[in-house]
Design a protein around this ligand. Structure first.
Ligand SMILES: Nc1ncnc2c1ncn2[C@@H]1O[C@H](COP(=O)(O)OP(=O)(O)OP(=O)(O)O)[C@@H](O)[C@H]1O
Length: 187
């Protein structure tokens, strides 16, 4: 049996005096994915922050095994550094080989300062940063925001490859991303 990378038991979240969700229980193991959907304000980001350990649940337990890579609307890259240098810093933290910019379609932009990237290019760079961490559990909050159709396919392919290599992913999105065999959670 594969050990779970993540287990939630009876998790609830109350924010601003309103109960967003309760009784969320799930397990995620190597190779698996979870797609979290729901209306604006339903609590997707709150759930992902709880899973990442950035927000305390109002009730329930979260148990994680191994490192995580968390990505939300911030790309978490040094704006002043050339893209390849900014990414190499993340890779160096865990002594990983630098993620190829080819993998996210940014092969021609390695020397460009991060601040000059377009919205979609920033999203691609954020994905490269997640890949560079080498963490088994990816927690991605609307990673498709601002991506064009090719960018979305690329994101789907990178998530599939990560799962095939023994990783797992939790993705919140308003889009019906193609994540074969993923579990769904609608908030
Ligand atoms: N720090 C906070 N204090 C009080 N309420 C908050 C706080 N942060 C978020 N909320 C509220 O929690 C609710 C859920 O927010 P959250 O960002 O988790 O939703 P979401 O499903 O990710 O929304 P979207 O689809 O718009 O990104 C919203 O009503 C929001 O206003």
């Amino acid at each position: 049996m594969t050990a779970a990378l993540l287990e939630l038991t009876g998790v609830a979240c109350r924010r601003g005096g309103r109960m967003l969700f309760q009784d969320v229980s799930l397990t995620l193991s190597a190779g698996e994915a979870l797609l979290v959907t729901g209306a604006n304000g339903s609590g997707k980001s709150s759930l992902l922050r709880i899973i990442a350990g950035l927000l305390r649940p109002s009730a329930g337990q979260v148990s994680r095994e191994g490192r995580i890579a968390f990505a939300d609307e911030r790309h978490a890259l040094d704006d002043a550094a050339p893209l390849s240098v900014a990414l190499a810093r993340w890779a160096a933290l865990d002594r990983n080989p630098t993620t190829s910019l080819d993998a996210v379609g940014l092969q021609d932009l390695g020397m460009l300062p991060v601040r000059l990237l377009s919205t979609g290019q920033r999203r691609r760079a954020a994905l490269a940063r997640v890949m560079a961490t080498g963490a088994p559990l990816w927690i991605l909050d609307e990673p498709d925001l601002g991506l064009d159709a090719e960018g979305c396919h690329l994101l789907e392919r990178r998530i599939a490859a990560h799962r095939a290599a023994g990783g797992a992913a939790i993705v919140a999105s308003h889009r019906a991303l193609d994540l074969p065999g993923a579990a769904g959670l609608r908030l």
